[in-house]
Design a protein around this ligand. Sequence first.
Ligand code: NAD
Length: 245
Amino acid sequence: MPEAHVGVVTGAASGIGKASALRLAADGLIVGLLDRDGTGVDATIREIATSGGHGLPLVADLSDSDAVTEAIRTAAGAGALRVVVNAAGVFSSGSIADLDEREWQRVMDINLTAAYRVCRAAIPLMAHGRHGAVINISSMSGRTKSVKGSVAYVASNGGLIAFTQTLAAQCGPDGIRVNCIAPGPVRTPMTEAHDLLDAKTISAIPLERYAEPSEIAEVVAFLASDASSYVTGETINVNGGMFTI
Ligand SMILES: NC(=O)c1ccc[n+]([C@@H]2O[C@H](COP(=O)([O-])OP(=O)(O)OC[C@H]3O[C@@H](n4cnc5c(N)ncnc54)[C@H](O)[C@@H]3O)[C@@H](O)[C@H]2O)c1
């Protein structure tokens, strides 16, 4: 019997990570759900199971390096680790005058350093199989100014795009592709909690609506699959056309 393929999705308890986990499970991967929110992880696993898929709970805080390494090892124990999606993240707003160093570090630690922690643990395991795909969820605010995000939020997302490019160059010879998605506004618990979805934002979107998390997950599934076998080091804008105006 062929070995099962495994994917790990961070932030899988909510929003874009949750939708990505559901989508990859529908493609037949065993999906490890790496999130600090155990209740949310259980809920996603139940939804995956309802559709006949397999989810693996990996409840951990991404700021804990050892816990991340252990979670990746556990996931790789379930089959061949093929896909990693870094979708966990936190939002931060306000001007630089109000941004103390602790807040800067908090945002960098989860939005950028956590992706490094996950990849450092996962890449050697994927290199062993000579086949893998990493998908980093950045933001359109990593490519242009943000109206509401703090400089920490945009810098962490810009950093993730730069991280993607050099990691792709390093990992290509091992058969691992590394890509990034830069979403515009998506209807998730994050954007709802921070009141980021308003009429003014919609008026700047040619498609005249926000994205649903499942629309980002479709692009994740493409980048995780062999349909994108010659795509690496890219950042795909998924923003309803916001860069056209
Ligand atoms: N929603 C949007 O409009 C939008 C747009 C562009 C980019 N993004 C980016 O996409 C990513 C996901 O956003 P979302 O809207 O799905 O957010 P969300 O708040 O719905 O989900 C984020 C998940 O990350 C998890 N998480 C946060 N800190 C963690 C930690 N220390 N350890 C483990 N898990 C942790 C949370 O528990 C949660 O399940 C973020 O990086 C965000 O910046 C979102």
